[in-house]
Design a protein around this ligand. Sequence first.
Ligand SMILES: NC(=O)c1ccc[n+]([C@@H]2O[C@H](COP(=O)([O-])OP(=O)(O)OC[C@H]3O[C@@H](n4cnc5c(N)ncnc54)[C@H](O)[C@@H]3O)[C@@H](O)[C@H]2O)c1
Length: 373
Amino acid sequence: MLQTHTPRTLKPATRKSTLAIADITAEAAKLDAFDNHERVWHGRDEERGLNAIVAIHNTVLGPGLGGTRVWPHETFEAGLTDVLRLSRGMTFKSAVAGMDFGGGKALIIANSKTDKTPALLEAYAEMLMALNGQYFTGEDVGFTVADADFLRKRTPNVTGTTVGGSGNPSPVTAHGVFLGIKAALKHRGIATLDGVHVAVQGLGSVGWTLCQKLHAEGARLSVTDIDAARMEEAQKVFKATPVALDAILKVEADVFAPCALGGVLSAENIPMLGAKIVAGAANNPLVRHEDARLMMERGVLYAPDYVINAGGLLNVAAELAPGGYDREATMAKVAKIPETLADIFARAEAQKRPTNDIAAELAFERINAARRD
Ligand SMILES: NC(=O)c1ccc[n+]([C@@H]2O[C@H](COP(=O)([O-])OP(=O)(O)OC[C@H]3O[C@@H](n4cnc5c(N)ncnc54)[C@H](O)[C@@H]3O)[C@@H](O)[C@H]2O)c1
């Protein structure tokens, strides 16, 4: 475990590399999103256009595992806040899902459509190698299977590849979310998806597959996305009702499924929520953890993000298991997501506490037990 925060500088393997990696843990510690993260690294390569942060939150259960996000944050501080929050979430996700991995996440501050050049990815692969197994990565928003495959030829510290790996984790994430939505409906006494109204925010890799599954079982869909073509396609394929970006939250649906980016639910807009269940793929959908209480007080059942969306992580983590990737064993673990959620819902109700407090408690129980070992 790395806990002392002694600043260090990492050197890429090749002497002529233009990459510089600095320890910015002390700088990160000044932000509200910092939560005793073990180490935060900043990789900079001006020649090759890399500006990346790797945040390692907690490695008590194992090395940091979490995807790489490619997103053009307007300021470095906004990006740092994002990756600190995401890496913390990965610690909880691994712990609750029973994985022997810790929390880590990376952010490449760039536009994935215009800036993600082979040179940038080369530099990033060097950064991962220099981290020397502290952190394993995989897909996230803006980082594709093709990117993972590109990295895999340069570093073993990447998952979700088609090069002897498990490929795209998104369909598995979507499957877990689908099962989680059913678990939430069941908790509310609804046994079938037939006629159930789901408002889906974000029709990307996970959101689209989720819509396919919901549609196949008779759910009625309202959808939104910043990508107009995706919306049109959803109208055609799923007979979905298109909704304006800022109206999706207010749709009087049975379920609101956030599947775009995080930070979409806050004290300001929770009073406007039209759905009675919030269950989706997005990491950190709440601006503040505490605001889950506001949902509880409105009678909204919240499926904690890192519990319901753990399918993809279970899938990529399986690649690193001693025997290699085993799809059947992985899907059996994903099938346990509804059980875990049902337990969290029951405990939350009995204790009159928000579901995300209960989920965090489960994570801490496991981490603290490992600390004692
Ligand atoms: N892919 C996985 O396996 C996985 C696993 C766990 C969690 N997640 C989380 O699920 C979410 C979706 O992941 P993904 O892989 O589908 O990403 P993606 O990039 O494929 O899809 C995101 C979609 O959201 C849309 N979008 C962006 N901003 C929006 C807004 N303000 N309103 C409506 N739509 C908007 C985008 O146009 C895109 O279609 C992310 O928060 C991600 O962190 C994904």
